[in-house]
Design a binder for this molecule. Structure first.
Ligand SMILES: Cc1cc2nc3c(=O)[nH]c(=O)nc-3n(C[C@H](O)[C@H](O)[C@H](O)COP(=O)(O)OP(=O)(O)OC[C@H]3O[C@@H](n4cnc5c(N)ncnc54)[C@H](O)[C@@H]3O)c2cc1C
Length: 408
């Protein structure tokens, strides 16, 4: 049996669901179908960001923090911002909010438990083969959250595992998150570059405590579990229970592979929305879906940013440095987060910085290591041009290409 729809979104995760919600909000009148292989959306996950959230997210932002700290053995810095708080969306709340609305209002057709097997385009029509049927759509958005198209272009993997832990006594300052705590004993034995702990406190006794690594080969979740237990016992306390676990793996690269055609468009992680040096994608996903929805409603071209941005250049240098000189990177994080104007750094991290913000951030960084890393990045670009060889470091893949314009 063949099924037809106008817009078909493959993957009802963060970017797919948000695109459907944004199209609905903008008043898109065509038929929208949102399809996912999953039927269970209760998996432990949260998305955090300093970015101003899209209005469709306002009812589900339950947690915000105004203060954050970065910690090492001999140093710690705490910063705050009244204007740019760190906001969290809890994934199960996000899914139940939109699913219950679409079940009762029928504005978006939700098709769950159906796995996409193939996507192809013929004569301006996109066909999608699933394990249940054939779909035909005018426009397909692939939001399946995978990064297989990056192939060997991933420079580093960000792996993380967190415990939602409850303690028997008060141990947390509920106003302050820990963005990075480098005091992870045992991590120096790992073949990873950077390891730290991230803590989101929900009450004086409960927090998400997460071990994170940036490494050339992924660090296993068992190793993260071990490191985390050691860290908690040493720095927080021994009387706790793990209520749930959150885990994930993200690619860190500035490569921007093209996706399908002008009628089948990748968004979210599949659409290069991850900030290469941090793994944050939430702010870019919000921007991406907002631009797409607005263009579709106005009947304008969708412009996908595939050209190299200033952030890609800086991130390429940062990734190079993580691989070649991780201790300089640790020092850089400590210095950046000590900046006397925290909003400057936050704008930089959220891709909203001005030229003067960039200068302020860059001026905090250790000069020689960054110059060396910049030179390495430039050399690689040159090698690619001269030898037209495929290199593992894929900066040049995204260079010199204009932003892709799509007729809708
Ligand atoms: C645990 C975790 C925490 C994160 N926290 C943050 C954060 O705090 N801040 C931040 O900025 N970024 C964060 N990220 C990074 C990023 O924001 C998330 O990965 C985000 O979910 C990416 O959205 P997406 O839509 O691209 O993919 P997903 O949200 O992963 O959605 C992909 C969807 O596609 C479906 N799917 C996959 N294959 C198929 C198929 N063949 N057929 C049908 N459906 C399919 C999946 O079931 C899934 O529902 C986090 C990532 C993880 C894994």
């Amino acid at each position: 049996m063949k099924r037809k729809t106008e817009i078909l979104i493959l993957g009802a995760g963060l970017s797919g669901t948000l695109l459907a919600a944004q199209l609905e909000r903008e008043g898109y009148s065509g038929e929208i179908t949102l399809l996912d292989a999953r039927t269970d959306f209760s998996q432990e996950q949260r998305w955090c960001s300093w970015a101003n959230p899209l209005p469709v997210l306002a009812p589900i932002i339950k947690k915000t923090w105004h203060r954050w700290k970065v910690v090492d053995w001999n140093f710690s810095t705490t910063q705050s911002s009244l204007t740019m708080p760190y906001r969290q969306i809890y994934a199960p709340d996000f899914y139940s909010h939109f699913h219950s609305r679409w079940k009762s209002q029928n504005r978006v057709s939700l098709v769950l438990g159906e796995k996409v097997l193939r996507v192809e385009e013929k004569s301006g029509i996109v066909k999608v083969l699933t394990d249940k049927t054939f779909w035909q759509a005018k426009l397909v958005f692939d939001a399946r959250g995978n990064f297989y198209r990056l192939k060997n272009q991933v420079i580093l993997y960000q792996t993380f595992l967190g415990f939602l832990a409850e303690f028997t006594h008060s141990v947390f300052d509920t106003e302050t998150i820990t963005l990075m705590d480098f005091r992870l004993k045992g991590s120096s034995k790992l073949a990873s570059c950077i390891n730290f702990v991230y803590i989101l406190p929900y009450s004086e006794t409960e927090a998400l405590i997460e071990s994170t690594s940036f490494s050339q080969t992924p660090v296993s979740f068992d190793v993260h579990r071990y490191l985390l237990n050691e860290y908690i016992k040493e720095h927080i306390g021994s009387n706790f229970v793990v209520k749930r676990e959150e885990k994930g793996m993200l690619p860190m690269t500035v490569a921007k592979p093209q996706c399908y055609s002008n009628r089948a468009i990748c968004i979210g992680i599949s659409g290069n929305a991850i900030r290469p040096s941090s793994g944050y994608a939430f702010h870019r996903i919000q921007r991406q879906v907002s631009q797409i929805a607005s263009a579709l409603v106005k009947g304008e071209e969708i412009i996908l940013e595939s050209a190299l941005s200033k952030y890609d250049i800086l991130d390429a240098i940062f990734l190079e440095l993580i691989v070649s000189n991780p201790s300089a990177v640790k020092e850089s994080f400590l210095r950046m987060f000590s900046l006397s104007k925290p909003d400057v750094l936050i704008r930089f991290l959220m891709d909203e910085s001005s030229f003067f913000d960039d200068i302020e951030v860059i001026s905090t960084l250790p000069k020689m290591p960054f110059l060396k890393a910049s030179w390495q990045v430039l050399k690689r670009k040159e090698l690619k041009c001269n030898e037209s060889k495929s290199l593992d470091f894929a900066l040049s893949d995204s260079m010199d290409k204009p932003a892709r314009k799509l007729a809708v």
